[in-house]
Design a binder for this molecule. Structure first.
Ligand SMILES: NC(=O)c1ccc[n+]([C@@H]2O[C@H](COP(=O)([O-])OP(=O)(O)OC[C@H]3O[C@@H](n4cnc5c(N)ncnc54)[C@H](OP(=O)(O)O)[C@@H]3O)[C@@H](O)[C@H]2O)c1
Length: 180
């Protein structure tokens, strides 16, 4: 059965981007690309992904117009955003319909909620978030885009060090689709 996982990196004080939507604090950290809870191993089990428009626009800027993911991707937005060559689908509103489309596209593989935090929260609100994998960078930012602005109970399943990061994998206890 497909799991829906919010896989991200965060500052120690719970921000996934700084107040200017910069990830410079994250990208300068040392990490082992083949170490515990690494991104490539996670991506290998994923069949579809979803992100909010700020994250999409960050990827467009960072990758200079190249779409880096060989996966069907949904982008949540109320706006008309620039398109890109790649399997990118724009959607808005209730995430339940998006989740159903992602499940069909993923064909048994897992689903990746890329972020931001409120979008992950929308999946949790709908009872559709199963797992959180977070890599904590050794920085505090004081302000920025929140990791997951919801009240949720989680169970720690895995804990490891990867370079500068403290990496943790949690099951979402309330309302994950695995619980239904
Ligand atoms: N640390 C990491 O690993 C990591 C991971 C992911 C993202 N990030 C960064 O974190 C920041 C996240 O930004 P953010 O907090 O603004 O979150 P975001 O989810 O990237 O973007 C939020 C926007 O998405 C659109 N949206 C969200 N849900 C929607 C829905 N149900 N229907 C229609 N539109 C919807 C809305 O914009 P519009 O309707 O105005 O388009 C909303 O303002 C970005 O800077 C990103 O680059 C970091």
């Amino acid at each position: 059965m497909s799991r829906t996982t919010y896989y991200t990196a965060s500052s120690l004080d719970g921000y996934i981007a700084d107040a200017e939507h910069s990830l410079a604090w994250l990208l300068r950290q040392e990490h082992d690309a083949s170490g515990p809870l690494n991104h490539a191993a996670f991506l290998a089990r994923v069949g579809a992904m979803v992100m909010g428009s700020t994250t999409y626009e960050w990827i467009l800027r960072h990758e200079r117009g190249r779409w880096p993911y060989p996966l069907p991707a949904w982008v949540m937005t109320t706006r008309d955003l620039p398109t890109i060559s790649g399997d990118v689908r724009f959607a808005r509103g209730d995430v339940r319909g998006v989740h159903a489309g992602m499940l069909a596209a993923a064909d048994g593989r897992d689903l990746w909620v890329v972020g931001g935090g409120d979008l992950a929260g929308q999946f949790a609100d709908a009872g559709l978030l199963d797992e959180l994998v977070v890599s904590l960078a050794p920085v505090t930012l004081g302000a920025g885009a929140p990791l997951l602005p919801r009240a949720l109970d989680l169970r720690l399943e895995e804990l490891a060090r990867n370079g500068a990061f403290a990496c943790a994998r949690y099951t979402v206890l309330d309302g994950g689709s695995a619980a239904r």
